[in-house]
Write a protein that binds this ligand. Sequence first.
Ligand code: ADE
Length: 236
Amino acid sequence: MILVFLNTIFFMRIDIVSAVPKLIEEVFAHSIIGRARQRGLVEIHLHDLHAYGLGKYKQIDDYMYGGGAGMVLRPEPLDAVIEKLKSERHYDEIIFMTPDAPVLTQNTVNELSLKQNLILIAGHYKGIDERIRKLHVTKEISIGDYVLSGGELPAAVLADAIIRLIPGVLNDETSALTDSFQNGLLSPPVYTRPAEFKGLKVPDVLLSGNHRAIEKWREEQAYKKTLKLRPDLLEK
Ligand code: ADE
């Protein structure tokens, strides 16, 4: 009953537009995301740009005006698929995945997890015609300061990060709240059985049953780890 209630409130739909949707089909078919889809918590629709391509050869890209190496995605196919989707429902954000954009953070993921309908555009080649950005794109996101061969993996990364925050997707709802970055710190180390492995022991405090001491130890460890590996997070 509660799940049905959450479901009606937090249902999300993500449309991903790509020249090679096959690249990421499997990403959404298994494990946590696959189960979330089966349970109706999220719908993911992959759209192949070639279905909107031009002419006999379903052309989707072309040479760059002004010269330069690499092809650019033409505006017409992208515009056609986006206009079609927009005519069917309202979209909260139309996001273009591109390395020349602000880098994704957990804050952005948290914000996007509260939306209902999102379009993610995976670019390819040298990018997309600038007019699509002007006409349709409401947000641009990079997943890091490096260049991938297309926007499909970045779109999958973003969708995964968002979907796992939708209520009901993770079994233990607190586990998303204790993720790295949710409190600005990296996660503390975790252990499972056995209590000793190859001479390495699980810290005594974790076996003590003293929840306050365990909490304190985790906070200290999270802080120490962040200081060592990501001091920039503490400066923020
Ligand atoms: N497309 C290619 N590289 C990318 C990146 N780092 N982030 C988002 N989209 C991309």
